[in-house]
Design a protein around this ligand. Structure first.
Ligand SMILES: Cc1ncc(C[n+]2csc(CCOP(=O)(O)OP(=O)(O)O)c2C)c(N)n1
Ligand code: SF4
Ligand SMILES: [Mg+2]
Length: 351
């Protein structure tokens, strides 16, 4: 992928995280996206979240498919690993990377076209395997890179820039993910950094496949009156169902909350997600309740945001497959190569 390097200027007094790094150290190349594209705001939120989490750049694997959204990994954490793969195939490549090295922090960036059309099958299976990753969909309702055709997330009745009306039903990625067995599902808006940053942090702390659908307006092809993925429409119709805070293992839980409206969810690394229900009726730990609420609000024209569903008890891919606890690169040669006798025994068994 072509990129323009960003000049690095070290300003005195910049805040440093636990690793002694500044936010600038978590940036990437200069963005080549259109000015005002929602995807760039998401990049800024990713930079902030990864910096706040003090993620070591060499532990980060940035994966993507094809699309404007899939260019995002070039724009954050230049010192990380990255693979810009084939359209809709990010989940397979991410699966290979995480299978080989379970110590990686995997962040996959996809688009609504990439995930809900050509990559729909892959989207379903990475959820089913519960691969330990953040799966982010930068959702603008169009194929931005190929000049603004309706995507599968375009709502029926919404219009294209030149007035054409979309008559097909839309695929709702959050409802689809919850119904397919996802263990962490959230939705946010590129223009709501306050909500998005803690959601990204919670998704990374989650031990399994954390799906984040982020409404990310395409200013060039889908930001007009009649679009349900524009800045104006999303701002007007957003409904916060939950607010999230991530409390790291060493930190004291000081967040104030009223009785009955906060669900603390303990993560495997010792951190805690504090899930504050904005709507007291909402239950983000019940799959049927979450689906029912989403459908009820969708029919009223609302775009529900926040952490919509979480289940921390289901095993992730390595636990399901009972793989070695050591990344393959650190395994002794004898463990990787069982030898001729063991292979012959295996062949016999399979005959
Ligand atoms: C196999 C294949 N089919 C089709 C394309 C053409 N193509 C490139 S990007 C894209 C859609 C991108 O849409 P989306 O994933 O929503 O990303 P956006 O650009 O909107 O961020 C398509 C159809 C391709 N690159 N490869
Ligand atoms: S075409 Fe749309 S999605 Fe692509 S960079 Fe421009 S504004 Fe963003
Ligand atoms: Mg798109």
């Amino acid at each position: 992928m072509s990129f323009i390097a960003k000049p690095k200027i070290d300003l005195p007094g910049q805040k440093r995280n636990e690793l002694g790094l500044t936010q600038r150290d978590y940036e990437g190349s200069m963005s080549t996206l259109c000015a005002g594209c929602g995807h760039d705001s998401i990049t800024a939120a990713l930079v902030q979240a990864l910096w706040e989490l003090s993620v070591e750049p060499h532990r980060l694997a940035k994966m993507s498919g094809i699309g404007c959204s899939s260019k995002t990994p070039a724009y954050f954490v230049h010192g990380a690993h990255g693979f810009n793969s084939v359209h809709g195939r990010m989940p397979s490549v991410a699966t290979g990377a995480v299978a080989a090295n379970r110590d990686l922090i995997c962040v996959g960036i996809s688009g609504d076209g990439d995930s809900l059309s050509i990559g729909f099958g892959q989207f379903g299976h990475v959820i089913r395997r519960n691969l330990n990753m953040l799966y982010m969909i930068e959702n603008n309702g169009v194929y931005g890179l190929t000049k603004g055709q309706f995507s599968a997330s375009a709502d029926p009745g919404s219009t294209a820039k030149k007035g054409e009306v979309n008559v097909m039903q839309s695929i709702n990625p959050v409802a689809t993910a919850i119904s397919m067995g996802a263990t962490f599902v959230g939705r946010s808006f590129s223009g709501d950094r306050e909500q998005l940053v803690p959601l990204i942090k919670a998704a990374i702390a989650h031990p399994g496949c954390a799906v984040l659908d982020v409404i990310s307006p395409c200013v060039t092809f889908n930001d007009h009156v009649g679009s349900t993925k524009s800045y104006a429409f999303t701002r007007e119709h957003m409904l916060h169902a939950t607010n999230v805070d991530l409390v790291m293992p060493a930190s004291e839980i000081t967040v104030e909350y009223g009785e009955g409206d906060t669900v603390p969810v303990k993560m495997h690394d010792g951190s805690t997600i504090l899930l504050k229900k904005v709507d007291a009726e909402y239950d983000p730990t019940s799959r049927p309740a979450a689906l029912g609420y989403l459908e009820k609000q969708r029919s009223r024209g609302y775009v529900v945001t926040g952490l919509l569903f979480v289940d921390d008890s289901l095993p992730e891919m390595h636990a399901i497959s009972k793989t070695a606890s050591t990344p393959l690169k650190d395994l002794a040669f004898e463990k990787l190569n069982p030898g001729r006798d063991a292979l012959m025994k295996l062949q016999k068994r399979l005959k």
